[in-house]
Design a protein around this ligand. Structure first.
Ligand SMILES: Cc1cc2nc3c(=O)[nH]c(=O)nc-3n(C[C@H](O)[C@H](O)[C@H](O)COP(=O)(O)OP(=O)(O)OC[C@H]3O[C@@H](n4cnc5c(N)ncnc54)[C@H](O)[C@@H]3O)c2cc1C
Length: 362
């Protein structure tokens, strides 16, 4: 092991790679990322809907996404960011609560939206909140951006961590993977839906995290898609956007807590999808399903992300619970994580008071 202090990050999703990116640019630490899958984006980070949506009910998440969007826009070409804008549908009074003074938006009548969007003819809703600066991002390109644009990030795919030994001195951790052992001074737990399994390997208590399964579908209608804003019905909780020239990406907002973390498609859900298409989106009623998949949104018990030092195991740091906005908020979550890691390395004040710290769960 070189004398250079080493931070090992377990998990190469948005939590792990955004942290690695910022840490590599702001410290001299060696940054190694261990990913169990043979490719980037095999789980939630590569299988999500790609929506960058700022109109969120939680002000914590809203601020994380607003800051991230600002930082990501200059890299639009590299990350496939398309400024599509969004329309959130629902009662006008509720939509008002989603607005943020820093983000230009306006309320539109249902009638004018139905005229402008081919899929909304026949859909019932009171009003739409239009946010032109919302966008669609290519998740795989954003993951690749973080991995490539960091300074010499040592990304090791196909390196599932099987066991971790907590050592007495420095380095503090010995991680065993199928591709050999890795020593680390600090360990970042960015293992997504598997974060509590990783905590168990170092003997730390689990945090209140739950994995919720969600499905996405592609549907092909008789007419080609048009470049339109993404649409999210906030009342009935379904959303859609063009996926490519032929298919619409569609989600009914299903959210089932699950212990079995296999990303299978539950056939029973198709009846619910049919129901939403028939009642709420008649323009898609006869469209043909061309793809379906699922993955997990991992949420903490208070809904906020978990970013900070483990209260029990010295040297372990959590970046977990990225929920349903982990891609859009990744820049700012990674920046804040790297800042806390850097401060501890430099011996400057601890993050015990940070509102995102694991310590908040007592
Ligand atoms: C259907 C769906 C749609 C979504 N749509 C959006 C959206 O439109 N916009 C948005 O912002 N967010 C969206 N999200 C949320 C977003 O995808 C997640 O918040 C984000 O991807 C979580 O990132 P992560 O790094 O925490 O987890 P992951 O992407 O799951 O990464 C964790 C990684 O850790 C690895 N790992 C675990 N254990 C080990 C181990 N022992 N050793 C080595 N590696 C290990 C795993 O292989 C995995 O790659 C969506 C999520 C879902 C499920």
């Amino acid at each position: 092991m070189s004398a250079q202090p080493t931070t090992v990050i377990v998990g190469a999703g948005f939590a792990g790679l955004a942290t690695a990116y910022h840490l590599s640019l702001t410290t001299d630490r060696r940054v190694i990322v261990l990913e169990g899958s043979p490719r980037l984006g095999a789980h939630a980070s590569g299988r999500n809907a790609g929506l960058l949506m700022q109109g969120l009910a939680s002000s914590t998440w809203r601020q994380l996404v607003i800051a991230s969007r600002r930082a990501l826009v200059p890299h639009a070409t590299a990350i496939g960011l398309q400024p599509t804008g969004s329309w959130l549908l629902g009662p006008a009074e509720f939509l008002e609560t989603l607005r943020d003074p820093a983000v230009p938006s306006r309320l539109r009548s249902a009638e004018s939206c139905r005229e402008d969007h081919p899929l909304l003819r026949g859909t019932r809703f009171e009003a739409a909140l239009e946010t032109p600066s919302d966008a669609v991002v290519d998740p795989l390109r954003l993951l690749d951006f973080y991995a490539q644009k960091g300074r010499a990030i040592d990304l090791r795919l196909d390196s599932r961590v099987h066991s971790i030994e907590v050592l007495a001195g420095s380095p503090r951790f010995r991680l065993t993977t199928a591709r050999g052992d890795v020593l680390a001074d600090n360990l970042v737990n960015a293992a997504g839906a598997w974060a509590n399994d990783l905590a168990q390997l170092v003997g730390s208590s689990p945090l209140p995290l739950t994995a919720f399964k969600r499905h996405l579908f592609h549907f092909r209608a008789s007419k080609p898609t048009l470049p339109t804003p993404f649409v999210w019905d906030q009342q009935r909780n379904f959303y859609f956007r063009p996926a490519n020239e032929e298919d619409w990406l569609f989600c009914i907002g299903d959210e089932r807590p699950q212990e079995d973390l296999r990303e299978t498609v539950d056939d029973s859900l198709r009846a619910d999808v049919e129901c939403v298409r028939r009642l709420d989106l008649p323009q898609l009623e006869d469209a043909v399903e061309t793809a379906a998949w699922s993955c997990f949104r991992t949420k903490s018990s208070d809904g906020d992300p978990i970013v900070g030092w483990d209260p029990e195991t010295a040297g372990m740091f959590w970046v977990a619970g990225l929920g349903g906005s982990g891609m859009s908020a990744s820049w700012e979550i990674g920046r804040q994580a790297a800042e806390l890691l850097r401060r501890r390395a430099e011996g400057t004040p601890s993050d015990a008071v940070s509102s995102l710290a694991p310590m908040r769960f007592g």
